[in-house]
Design a protein around this ligand. Sequence first.
Ligand code: FES
Ligand code: FES
Length: 159
Amino acid sequence: MKTVTLHINGTDHTLSVEDNWTLLHVLREELNLTGTKYGCGTNDCGACKVLIDGKPKNSCVQLARNLEGADIVTIEGVSRNGELHPVQQAFVDAGAIQCGFCTPGMVMTSIALLEENPDPSESEILTALEGNLCRCTGYKKIVEAVQLTASRMRGGERL
Ligand code: FES
Ligand code: FES
C-alpha cells in the first residue's frame, strides 16, 4: 500500500492504494466517480478516458500510485454551475448519444481536442477519436457534435 494524494476535479483526495490499483479502480470503486466507464480494461476502447494534465488518457492503464501531483479531470468535473459542458450539450443536441456507455470517454477526448485545436477538420476529429470505440452510433453524429461545438466556439461560446 502507498498513500497518495490525487488531485481530481479540483479536489485533493488522500487515500491508501495498492500497487496494482489503476486510476479507473480508484475513481469507480474508492471515490464513487462512476461516470468514467470500465469497458475493456486493456487500453483498447476509450470508455475510461479522463484528462491527466490536459491530455486524454485511458485510466484503466494508469497506476494510481504514479499520479501524485497530476491534474486529473473526469466527466464529473466538466460541468459548470450545474450546466452541461458545451461538448456535452452538443452531444445531446446532435443526437450523438445512444446507449451512452462510450459518451464520457468521447466527451473527454473531444474536450482535449478542441482545447488544442478549436477548429478541427473531420479527419482531425476522426483521428483524435480513433481510440474511442462506439458500438451504437456509427460515429457520424459524434463527429457532428464536435463540429457543432467548434461552430458554437466560433460564435463566442467558451469551452
Ligand atoms: S476500459 Fe480502458 S480502454 Fe477500455
Ligand atoms: S452510444 Fe453506445 S457505445 Fe457509443
